[in-house]
Design a binder for this molecule. Structure first.
Ligand SMILES: NC(=O)c1ccc[n+]([C@@H]2O[C@H](COP(=O)([O-])OP(=O)(O)OC[C@H]3O[C@@H](n4cnc5c(N)ncnc54)[C@H](O)[C@@H]3O)[C@@H](O)[C@H]2O)c1
Length: 268
């Protein structure tokens, strides 16, 4: 039997984290590196991917690689994944983190530009699917791998827009919820397809994370609606969840959506 600490080690593994140059992606890349994984960080700009990869490598004493990737186009995903494979000849862990809102046209459905709806879904849903397809193909050949898709509680719950309006915020568009619900659905179905090939597929649905730009009133109201009485913390609150789903500790878990929201969803 493996020792308990070994269940959470990733020595010798190669992990690819999309959108890993900042915020939650950077945190998760650091968490996997701290457990011994060699880490590939992608970003839409090579310079920021390089900065993040260097910082992670220096801090955790692991090898890192930086790659440019805009996941909206399948061709670019295929090119980046080929470069990732060429690095060490394998990819053991994929964290599909890249995504988020574009902040372009108004979030309100009736005022929203349809082109922005297409762009957001292309990024948050189809981009994830492209990455699953290209990395999944490699993992299927290896007969092993862990795919972790970052969804959101907005894929599970309706949003209380009064909270945003009250605090002078735009809120998030319906298409974001649609894309994230799609990620949760594809995770389950993909797990059915890939688990017999030795690949675990799971999702993490974070609740809201506190950010410097958020109005104080919103942070207070959101925290008040959260059983653990606070929003998520960058650098802390996703690190354990991603490590668990990437490591041998979760070898018998697939097709699940791990909700990391301080209990926000249980009071809805
Ligand atoms: N911050 C939150 O409160 C929260 C809550 C729930 C879910 N999430 C999800 O967690 C993930 C990370 O969130 P974050 O807050 O760190 O977001 P962020 O906007 O700070 O970072 C997102 C990352 O994705 C990258 N990215 C965006 N579009 C891309 C594209 N087309 N191709 C490649 N990379 C692209 C960005 O460059 C950035 O590095 C996202 O999928 C987001 O939807 C965030």
């Amino acid at each position: 039997m493996q020792s308990l600490p070994a269940l959470f080690r990733l020595d010798g593994k190669v992990a690819l984290i999309t959108g890993g140059a900042r915020d939650l992606g950077y945190d998760m890349a650091g968490s996997l590196a701290a457990a011994g994984a060699k880490v590939i960080v992608t970003s839409r700009t090579l310079a920021s991917a390089r900065r993040a990869a260097q910082a992670i490598g220096k801090r955790h004493h692991v090898e890192t690689l930086a790659l440019e990737l805009d996941q909206r186009e399948h061709g670019r995903v295929a090119t980046a994944v080929a470069a990732a494979l060429a690095w060490k000849g394998r990819i053991d862990i994929l964290v599909n983190n890249a995504g988020g809102g574009s902040g372009r046209s108004p979030a309100l459905l009736f005022k929203r530009d349809p082109a922005d709806v297409v762009d957001l879904v292309q990024n948050n849903l189809l981009g994830v699917l492209h990455c699953c397809q290209e990395v999944g193909r490699i993992m299927a050949r290896q007969k092993s791998g862990k795919i972790i898709n970052i969804a959101s509680v907005s894929g599970l719950l309706g949003r209380d827009r009064r909270l945003y309006k009250k605090n002078g915020m735009k809120g998030q568009p319906i298409d974001y919820a649609a894309a994230k619900a799609g990620v949760i659905g594809l995770t389950r179905d993909l797990a059915g397809l890939l688990s017999p090939l030795g690949i675990n597929v799971n999702a993490i649905s974070p609740g809201g994370f506190a950010r410097a730009g958020l109005p104080r009133g919103f942070v207070r109201d959101y925290s008040d609606r959260t059983p653990l009485k606070r929003m998520g913390r960058d650098g802390v609150d996703l690190n354990g969840a991603v490590l668990f789903l990437a490591a041998p500790a979760s070898d018998y878990i697939t097709g699940q959506n791990l909700v990391v929201d301080g209990g926000f969803s249980i009071w809805r």
